[in-house]
Design a protein around this ligand. Structure first.
Ligand SMILES: Cc1ncc(COP(=O)(O)O)c(C=O)c1O
Length: 499
């Protein structure tokens, strides 16, 4: 059980004005996370049973369960079937030494509202050592490192100590040119090198859009379900995220077109909707472009993994179809090359280039020139195209393998929704097992599962339980072992009556 002071601390987060926009479970989750980070609950210590905590806080048990599930998914707590929940050992997160004497109440730190939203959102942390089925991670073990190293040496030889100085905050010209050529040719975009802003990642581009294009309190449409990084960026900027349902053809347009209170912006993953994998239908793209032009609204197009499309060519991007200059196109090399590169980009309407570039200088100045120049050379030499082609056929085979394994070993429990592209596959739960119980059982069996329900605006909507299984970064043997471990874990779960 929590001590009185700890319980009061959770209650103070429940009533804190900065968390007013958050659902109850998120407030509880963030309060407990803060106590863990502050060292107020030590690694290994038990958390109260969800039923008892629910009674103490005057909320439903489901609400506390949802908070625990999220803490578990983020690695802050461990859940042991039959014995309860415990603070994780702390190796995966930075515990701050406690400043207060033991027993003192840990209150939320005195941050700005925005700072509080960012801290409570928890940011975006991806797996540093991926194992099945952590989603969204490319295969890096076969990356042509020797070639990259050679190109980097060439750059250093030619640029000499110039490569050690500050660079253009918009990005080095050869890379902007290579990116413009790539998106024009492969993605049907309309981009000149002057419209390209080289950034650290897609996440930075979303954060820039959130702060440069909209004011706190303004509305933005978000796909439902949506990419958690986008949602957290927009929430942290104080935007009012309006969920718009997604179906088999991507985001539905009627809620946008018929809304009497049009939002200022719309964020989309049209190539492969995250997480469903749906491709946005052409008529919907055109309707949304027309809407944005009429409302003078922005379309933020997150084209995060369109390089990997397995059935023919991917549909042209929205930016290339938009004659009105209302679309901000976001790309990243996190998926197409490797996440540690930290290079992403935005293709901007011309009049946004100066304000966005100025805003990025306030965040991180510019992207490291050496990495940019090496990447430009990698692209100019045709190596980027070759790498993507070889990864595309590898990932297509791996997708095939995974859907076969799910059919063979998990039928009756999981239904695979084979996507047309991307690095991950959504699977729906088809038996009575709850998503949370399945995630925990999988974790105990050494398998990482990202639950789908947490990606929805309302995680309690019926019919949304399932998982997003990454496949790109894992070999056939790794996936086979993990699927068999999952089948065993789910079987034990059913045997123990945890459904
Ligand atoms: C839909 C989506 N957008 C953006 C990103 C983030 O890419 P980056 O690493 O460039 O921020 C991801 C990464 O998982 C993603 O899944």
């Amino acid at each position: 059980m929590f001590r009185h002071s700890q319980l009061e601390s959770v209650k103070s987060w429940l009533t804190h004005p900065a968390s007013a926009a958050l659902p109850l479970h998120a407030r509880i989750q963030r309060a407990i996370r803060q106590m863990i980070l502050d060292g107020a609950i030590a690694p290994g210590r038990p958390l109260p049973a969800s039923r008892a905590l629910a009674v103490s806080l005057g909320v439903s048990r489901d609400t506390v369960e949802a908070a625990y599930t999220q803490l578990h998914a983020e690695g802050f707590i461990e859940r042991r079937v039959g014995s309860g929940s415990f603070v994780a050992d702390g190796s995966g997160f930075p515990v701050r030494p406690r400043r207060q004497s033991s027993g003192a109440m840990v209150s939320p730190p005195a941050l700005s509202r925005r700072g509080t939203m960012m801290a409570m959102g928890g940011g975006v942390r991806e797996a540093a050592s991926p194992h099945p089925f952590a989603p969204g991670i490319p295969e890096t073990r076969t990356f042509p490192l020797a070639l990259w190293e050679r190109l980097q040496r060439q750059v250093m030889k030619e640029a000499g100590t110039r490569a050690l100085l500050h660079g253009d905050p918009q990005g080095v010209e050869p890379l902007r040119r290579a990116i413009a050529d790539y998106v024009n040719l492969e993605r049907g975009a309309r981009a000149s090198p002057d419209q390209v802003l080289v950034l650290t990642c897609a996440q930075q581009a979303m954060m820039l859009c959130a702060t440069v294009l909209l004011d706190p309190g303004e509305r933005i449409y978000l796909e439902d379900p949506a990419y958690y990084g986008a949602r957290r960026a927009f929430e942290a900027a104080g935007l009012d995220c309006v969920p718009v349902p997604v179906d088999g053809q991507g985001i539905t347009v009627a809620p946008v077109l018929d809304d009497p209170r049009p939002a200022r912006a719309l964020c989309l993953t049209p190539s492969h909707q995250f997480p469903t994998g749906a491709t946005l239908a052409l008529d919907r793209r055109l309707a949304l472009i027309d809407w944005a032009a009429r409302q003078q609204a922005w379309i933020i197009e997150d084209d995060y993994d369109s390089e990997f499309h397995y059935a023919g060519r991917p549909t042209a991007c929205v930016q290339g179809l938009d004659p009105h200059g209302r679309t901000i196109y976001i790309g990243t090399f996190t998926k197409s090359l490797f996440p540690g590169l930290r290079i992403g980009y935005a293709v901007l309407p011309p009049h946004l280039v100066q304000p966005m570039t100025a805003a990025r200088t306030l965040l991180d100045g510019h992207t490291a020139p050496l990495a940019q120049l090496t990447l430009a050379r990698f692209m100019e030499g045709g190596h980027f195209g070759a790498h993507v082609r070889s990864m595309r056929s590898l990932y297509a085979r791996r997708l095939d393998v995974l859907s076969g394994l799910v059919r063979r070993h998990l039928s009756g429990r999981l239904e695979a929704h084979c996507p047309a592209g991307g690095l991950q596959m959504a699977c729906g739960l088809t038996d009575a097992t709850t998503e949370q119980a399945a995630v925990e059982a999988a974790r105990a069996a050494g398998v990482t599962l990202l639950g789908l329900s947490g990606l929805y605006a309302d995680r309690n909507s019926p019919g949304i339980s399932g998982f997003l299984l990454g496949f790109a970064a894992y070999t056939t043997t790794e996936m086979e072992e993990a699927v068999k471990a999952l089948a065993g874990a789910f079987g034990r779960l059913r045997g123990a009556g945890h459904s």
